[in-house]
Design a protein around this ligand. Structure first.
Ligand SMILES: C[S@@+](CC[C@H](N)C(=O)[O-])C[C@H]1O[C@@H](n2cnc3c(N)ncnc32)[C@H](O)[C@@H]1O
Length: 234
């Protein structure tokens, strides 16, 4: 099954963008996933192809119109389409590796990229959009957020990553940040590779990496530990 992404945007030229190179680009070319960038403006009905209007109740900026967006969504995702409909939004649930994994085993995603102040609330409710945030900061549009989400998903699709293992040991996959990495040269500016990693003792290496992971997570992301991670019994 090919993962099918439909991205609704005012800037279709931003796609595939960074996803056209490296792993994701090769997978796109190979047909492991497909990408359709839909110009929202094509679903406006007036002469000026208007997609936004002033906010009800007043205030700064413009709001994307529900009627125009609904036509774009209905075109890209007609009834019966099983793909989840996502709205990139700083108000959304923060994107996690767990959600990325779920999306990667599904049929694809319909992704709406907001601009201006955002989209009319009635559209979110009427089309059952799942709001997804890529972090606690404000981007100028949903497009970079959609690229981030798709990059995370596409690398998990079967055959995209060269070494299947490298997907499993990554940060967040076991609820922990990953241990530090080293490679040649043996010494860099007076700093040697930690002895244990060149000892050849596989059991010791696994234990050292695990301890590093746990210490790093405790120091930098105690919230991950609080979220239910249980250190392995020694
Ligand atoms: C300038 S932002 C609007 C911010 C909105 N007025 C607010 O304060 O929540 C325009 C669009 O960028 C996208 N966006 C901005 N930050 C984002 C984030 N952290 N995650 C996902 N999408 C984001 C959304 O699609 C949003 O509708």
């Amino acid at each position: 099954m090919t993962f099918k992404a439909s991205v609704l945007t005012l800037y279709p030229e931003m796609f595939p963008g960074a996803l056209g190179v490296s792993l994701a680009g090769r997978a796109l070319e190979a047909g492991t996933w497909s990408l359709e960038a839909v110009q929202i403006r094509d679903f406006a009905t007036d002469r000026h192809r208007t997609v936004d209007d002033t906010p009800a109740g007043g205030g700064a900026g413009m709001v994307m119109r529900a009627d125009v967006l609904a036509r774009a969504i209905d075109h890209a995702s007609p009834e019966g389409d099983a793909r989840p409909r996502l709205l990139m939004s700083p108000r959304g649930k923060p994107l996690t590796q767990a959600r990325v994994r779920e999306l990667a085993v599904g049929p694809g995603a319909v992704i709406l990229c907001g601009r201006f102040e955002g989209v009319d609330q009635r559209l979110i409710e009427a089309r059952g959009l799942e709001e997804v945030s890529v972090g606690d900061f404000i981007l100028s549009g949903g497009e970079p957020a959609a690229l981030v989400l798709l990059d995370a998903v596409v690398r998990l699709l079967p055959g995209v990553m060269g070494n299947a293992e490298s997907g499993e040991e990554e940060s967040f996959e076991n609820g922990l940040l990953e241990h530090p990495h080293y490679t040649r040269p043996q010494e860099f500016e007076g700093r040697p590779i930690p002895d244990v990693l060149t000892s050849g003792n596989h059991k010791k290496i696994v234990e050292w990496r695990r301890a590093q992971s746990e210490a790093l997570t405790k120091e930098r992301r105690p919230d991950l530990l609080a979220a239910g991670f249980q250190p392995l019994a020694k």
